[in-house]
Design a protein around this ligand. Sequence first.
Ligand SMILES: Cc1cc2nc3c(=O)[nH]c(=O)nc-3n(C[C@H](O)[C@H](O)[C@H](O)COP(=O)(O)O)c2cc1C
Length: 456
Amino acid sequence: MSKTLSLTAFVMNTASHIVHGTWRDPRGKQRDFNDLSLWTSLAKELEDGGFDTIFLADVVGLYGDYEGGWEAHVRNGLQVPSNDPFTLASAIAATTERLGVAVTAGVFQQPPYNFARQISTLDHLSRGRVAWNIVTGYLENGFRNYGYEGMLPHDERYDTAEEYLDVLYKLWEGSWDDEALKKDRKTGIYADPAHVHKIHHESKHYKVEGPHLVSPSPQRTPLLFQAGASTRGKAFAAKHAEAIFINTPSPKVAKSLIAEVREIAVENGRNGEDIQFFQGQSFVIGETEEEAQKKAKELDEITDHKMMIAHIGGGMGIDFGKWDLDTPIEDIETEGVRGIFNWIKQSVEGRKPTLRDVADHHGKSTRIVGTPEQIADRLEEWLDAGVSGINVINAFIPSSYTEFIEKVVPVLEERGLLKEREAKPETLRGRLFGQDRLSERHPAAKYRGAFGGVRS
Ligand SMILES: Cc1cc2nc3c(=O)[nH]c(=O)nc-3n(C[C@H](O)[C@H](O)[C@H](O)COP(=O)(O)O)c2cc1C
């Protein structure tokens, strides 16, 4: 069990990411997300304030319809417009020294060869601070933007992801030996071809000759993040991920999920501790509990509940816009939403739960309202459940983070719940796992030295 918590800031290069409608408030500087200084100053603040990583979420298409179309998404800025996270990550890397930069990219967005090169370059430029959040996509439009007729079946997406990773691992771990790069002025040898290998990969979807065009970066393979929640998703994460994002409703649920995934990891030849878990959480902080509750009420009043429900339904391909927010959910039950509706039924007592409760639950189930001490108490419960990190969700950029850093971080530090900084900057994997390179138990490790004999 981890004894300290690692902090991640959950952001997206867009105006309305998770807590919708808050960009309309003067505190919501994410309204002007095209402005680079918003992000570079946030990154510096996070780095100085005890955060280990900035996590850039991303989608590559519109959410599914709401009220019969996608006009509401555009009108309300629901993850559109949104900018490319890679370009931003590069600027963040240039203006920070220690902050990890996690970039989200789907496996259907670009050929693996290009992606491997992009990540390796970013890992060089950041001196080993890159993480990749591996996603398989859940938006129809996101597939149609890349030449597909529509979304591929769920498990097929994961099968392709397995194949995609195989190519990447070969390029990152096997194509260049550590001793390949010489940069020797005397002999005039830049790199030794005896230590650079083609990979000759051929599989159902990919044919890649290699070699990798980038020499080994500090981490080689970026730190691998994932957030699979289905049975197939969990199996995938247990095999590949080093850090998993979870949004569980309680430490108890987190504990059993962590045990379940770690067991699958062990079946795959890994150790349970090779995977860390990051729980998503937002905070409303007050000097007193009363003040915090008052702030939470004010936040609820400015939150756009229609967009909250559009986001949930749009991610599941269900248009909740057909119903008024006060419609009881028993009147609109459909096959696809049983899971989330069951959660709501359990949390609402004494009346019929409505669609508005669904919208509410989305934001509140992972929200802590209280004083800094109360928040630290709750975070200790997550730590005890086996969580290694908290993925801090914002309502306002940057003030959600400024408040957390000014008020909660000192209490966490006082209680020894945040890991102390090494004197020298570390790689992100070094910071989280104590080593720069992937564990030898990871499936990618089998490609180390695997292509030595291939010389064609
Ligand atoms: C905290 C968190 C962040 C996520 N961020 C993204 C993201 O930025 N882009 C994306 O396409 N999916 C994202 N997802 C969705 C997951 O990648 C995954 O599709 C989802 O959890 C469903 O899992 P399943 O595919 O195994 O059913 C995120 C999930 C969680 C829990």
